[in-house]
Design a protein around this ligand. Structure first.
Ligand code: HEC
Length: 472
C-alpha cells in the first residue's frame, strides 16, 4: 500500500485509469496526470463546473450541502485513437436559482491528458437532469438534494451507451409518493441510459435512493452500489427496466423509527428487484470496481466495494449470481473513488486528499526485492500474524500483541500469560536480541512457548526488524 498526497479539495471529484497512469479531477474541476512513478503533473484540461458562481450566489448562502457542489465522477474511454473524457458535475442555473446534474464530454488526445500537449477539443453537454432542482432546505439540516450528496457515476455499456446514476429527491422522513419518484418525467432516483448518438436519455433502472458506485464488467454485468436509508447499504445487479424498490420498500429504516412505513412487510423487500448483497449496519458504501486485469490473480473477477464511514474495502466474490462473501480490508481512510489501473493495481481516492495504490506483491518475488526493507519485512510478518496481532491494542492471541515491540520491556504486554522462561528474562527488545529470538526463540529463552519459525536469511531478519520498527 502506497499513499500519494494530492490537491483534491476534499470529497468528490474522480479518478480514471489512463494507459500508463491515473487521471485525477478534483471537486472544482482542476485536473492532473499522475504518472507511473506517481508524480503529479497539472493539466490545462478543466471540467466546466460552475462552483464559483454557485458559492458566490446569495441564494446559496449558508447552504449545508454547499461544500458538496462539484465534480462527481469522470470516465475515460480510449478507442480508435480517440480519447473521450466524460465528466459528471453539478450545474447551477443562476437565473432560476436551481441546479441539476450535468454530464459533459470532451473528445481529446491522450497527449493532452498526459500533459504533453495543450488541450484540444470543446466540452459538449450530453445530459442535464430534469427538472432543475430548487434549494429547499429540510428541517434539522438534512437535505432533499438529489445530486449534491452523491451519484453522478458514469459507466459505458457500449461505445454509444452511457449509464449515469442520479440520486433521488427526498421529502421529510423520506416519505414521498412512489409513483412520482419512479416517473420518467423526472431524472432522479434512477440510473439513466444516455444514447450518445441520438443525444436522448431514458430511465434504465428506477427505485434507487442514493447511488454511489457503478461498473460494467467485461461480461456485460452492471453493478451498482447505493446508500439505503438507515442500515442496509446495497450492491445491486442492474437489469434494464427493473425497479429496485425505493421508496416503497427497503431493508433499511427511517432515521427516527425502526420501520420503513410504506413497506407492507417490515424488513422484507417483496415485489421488487432485490440487492445481491446488503451491508448491515451501513458501511457508507461508495464506488465499486471489478478486478479484471490480472493484478490480483487469486481475486480475478471479484468486485471491490469501497466504503466511506467504515473506511474499508470489501472484496466481494460473486458466483452463480450470488455474493458468496464480502471480505473486509481496512484502509483507515474514507474512500470516495476506486479504479483498477492498467497494471492491475487498485487505486483509491480518499476524502482526505490521498491516492492509495494497492499492489499485489508476493514475498520473495522480483517485485518484492524492489520494495523498501520495511515493506519486504511486512510481507514476511504475515507468518507472525498466525499467532500475534500487530495493531495498537490488538487482541492477545496464541502469542502477545506485538505493537511497539522494538524498545519494549521483555514479557510486558498487559494481559498476556507469558511462560516462566520469558518472564524470567530481563531487558528490552532491541534489534540484535529480537533478530536472535526470531531466528531461534529457545536459544534466547530456553523453555519459551514461541516455536521455532522457518529459517530466515540475514536480509529477511533485517527486513523483519525494519518492519517491526514501524509499529509505533
Ligand atoms: C506459532 C505461533 C507463533 C508464531 C508464528 C510467532 N510467534 Fe512470537 N510468540 C509466540 C508465543 C506463544 C509467544 C510467547 C512466548 C512465551 O511466553 O514464552 C511469542 C512471543 C514473541 C515475542 C516476545 C514478546 C514479548 O512481549 O516479550 C516476540 C518479540 C515475538 N514472539 C516475535 C515474533 C515474530 C516477529 C514472529 C514472526 C516472524 C513470531 N513471533 C511468530 C508464538 C508465535
Amino acid at each position: 500500500m502506497k499513499k500519494v498526497s494530492v490537491p483534491a479539495e476534499g470529497r468528490d471529484g474522480g479518478i480514471a485509469a489512463l494507459a500508463d497512469g491515473i487521471l485525477l479531477v478534483n471537486r472544482k474541476g482542476a485536473s492532473w496526470f499522475v504518472d507511473k512513478d506517481r508524480a503529479l503533473h497539472p493539466l490545462a484540461v478543466a471540467v466546466p463546473v460552475n462552483v464559483r458562481e454557485f458559492l458566490d450566489d446569495p441564494a446559496t448562502a449558508g447552504l449545508v450541502m454547499a461544500p458538496q457542489f462539484g465534480v462527481k465522477d469522470i470516465l475515460v474511454d480510449e478507442r480508435d485513437g480517440v480519447v473521450r473524457l466524460f465528466a459528471s458535475f453539478n450545474f447551477w442555473f443562476a437565473e432560476q436559482d436551481c441546479y441539476g446534474l450535468r454530464v459533459a464530454l470532451l473528445e481529446t488526445s491522450l497527449a493532452s491528458l498526459r500533459g504533453e500537449a495543450s488541450p484540444s477539443g470543446e466540452w459538449r453537454t450530453v445530459l442535464d437532469t430534469r427538472p432543475c432542482m430548487p434549494l429547499t432546505r429540510m428541517p434539522g439540516g438534512g437535505s432533499p438534494h438529489p445530486t449534491l450528496g452523491a451519484a453522478g457515476r458514469l459507466a459505458l455499456r457500449s461505445p454509444t451507451e452511457l449509464l449515469v446514476s442520479v440520486g433521488g429527491f427526498r421529502g421529510e422522513n423520506e416519505m414521498i409518493p412512489s409513483s412520482e419518484y419512479w416517473s420518467a418525467d423526472n431524472s432522479y432516483g434512477k440510473v439513466l441510459l444516455v444514447d450518445l448518438s441520438s443525444g436522448t436519455s431514458r430511465p434504465f433502472t428506477v427505485g434507487h435512493r442514493n447511488p454511489q458506485g457503478l461498473v460494467v464488467t467485461r461480461d456485460g454485468a452492471i453493478w451498482e452500489t447505493e446508500h439505503a436509508a438507515r442500515g442496509g447499504d446495497e450492491l445491486n445487479r442492474l437489469v434494464d427496466g427493473q425497479n429496485y424498490g425505493y421508496p416503497a420498500v427497503s431493508y433499511g429504516t427511517t432515521y427516527d423509527a425502526m420501520i420503513w412505513p410504506s413497506n407492507p412487510q417490515q424488513g422484507r423487500h417483496e415485489g421488487f428487484a432485490r440487492p445481491t448483497n446488503v451491508w448491515m449496519p451501513s458501511v457508507g458504501i461508495s464506488q465499486v470496481v471489478a478486478l479484471e486485469k490480472g493484478g490480483f490473480p487469486y481475486w480475478q473477477g471479484d468486485l471491490v466495494v469501497a466504503s466511506m464511514a467504515m473506511e474499508h474495502l470489501y472484496r466481494v466474490r460473486i458466483e452463480d449470481g450470488r455474493a458468496i462473501y464480502a471480505e473486509p480490508m481496512r484502509l483507515d481512510h474514507r474512500i470516495r473513488d476506486l479504479v483498477e489501473a492498467n497494471d492491475g493495481s487498485l487505486v483509491a481516492k480518499t476524502d482526505d486528499d490521498f491516492l492509495i495504490y494497492l499492489t499485489n506483491v508476493t514475498a520473495g518475488s522480483a517485485a518484492a526485492q524492489a520494495l523498501a526493507p520495511a515493506e519486504r519485512g511486512q510481507l514476511i510478518a504475515t507468518t507472525c500474524m498466525g499467532c500475534h496481532t500487530l495493531t495498537p491494542g490488538g487482541n492477545q492471541g496464541i502469542g502477545p500483541n506485538l505493537h511497539r515491540i522494538v524498545g519494549r520491556d521483555i514479557a510486558s504486554s498487559e494481559g498476556y500469560g507469558y511462560s516462566a522462561a520469558l518472564k524470567g528474562l530481563d531487558g528490552v527488545w532491541e534489534g540484535e536480541l529480537l533478530k536472535r529470538f526470531i531466528a531461534d526463540p529457545a536459544f534466547v529463552a530456553p523453555g519459551t512457548t514461541m516455536a521455532k519459525l522457518p529459517t530466515y536469511s540475514d536480509q529477511q531478519l533485517a527486513d523483519l526488524l525494519a518492519y517491526l520498527e514501524t509499529l509505533r
